[in-house]
Design a protein around this ligand. Structure first.
Ligand code: FE
Length: 238
């Protein structure tokens, strides 16, 4: 399995390129439109055929590259069921597999950060990994104070869907603000401060008192992402 973790330093977003070594079929999770030149270059250099572009949710902090990837490579765009974005080719349900190159990327509904948040689980080369979007971050979790977020629902998603994955599952988050690249399920259970609460009510209380400022690109990103980023007119060279 080819796996590349790519970083957008403007929005602290991680994007993941997964590629099958034999068939060369690939998927990109959470692309950022401004990074299109990088994706185009990398896909070409690694001789990969992009089959799917996937967003873990409708993002509030960056404009998605899904529309641009579809235009450029014909890659089918995927959101989780519950997303109200237009310009999306396929809405996956909880438990559904996205198949590329003989691999099955399993969609796991993990609402809470937004009502359309999904995580994606993959086993390859004897390793389990989960792409958690903004549901579970390294030593943190995605905010739940807008975009139909719900802290209680997020608590349930994290505890019932993510922490039940094998302990050594590699956690690949949608962002990191402190320089961490990956974690493990067991490590997050033990060290993530948001998971040290005693119950659901305490988690809701904790999330209600974060007092976070809105993301700086939110006013641009949310409307653009509801159309898969295709109405966004930023210049990107490909
Ligand atoms: Fe988000």
């Amino acid at each position: 399995m080819i796996l590349r973790q790519l970083f957008d330093h403007e929005t602290w977003t991680y994007t993941y390129l997964l590629g099958d070594e034999q068939s060369r079929e690939a998927v990109i999770i959470d692309p950022v439109v401004e990074k299109m030149p990088l994706y185009v270059q990398l896909l070409k250099e690694l001789d990969l055929k992009l089959k799917f572009g996937i967003d873990t949710h409708v993002h509030a902090d960056h404009v998605t590259g899904l529309g641009a990837l579809r235009e450029t490579f014909g890659a089918r765009s995927i959101h989780g069921a519950g997303s109200s974005a237009s310009g999306i080719d396929q809405f996956v349900n909880d438990g559904e597999a996205i198949e590329f190159g003989g691999h099955a990327l399993k969609a796991i509904a993990t609402p809470g950060h937004t009502d359309d948040s999904f995580s994606f689980f993959l086993e390859a080369d004897g390793k389990a990994m989960v792409f958690t979007g903004d549901t579970l971050l390294i030593r943190g979790s995605g905010r739940t104070d807008f975009q139909n977020g719900d802290a209680g629902v997020q608590y349930d998603s994290i505890h019932q869907k993510l922490l039940t994955l094998p302990d050594d599952t590699v956690v690949y988050p949608g962002h990191d603000y402190r320089g961490m690249n990956e974690s493990r399920i067991a490590e997050e259970r033990r060290f993530n401060p948001r998971l040290q609460v005693n119950n659901r009510a305490e988690y809701i209380e904790l999330m209600a008192n974060l007092k976070l400022a809105n993301p700086k690109f939110m006013d641009v990103a949310v409307p653009a992402n509801l159309s898969a980023g295709v109405t966004y007119t930023a210049e990107y060279q490909i």
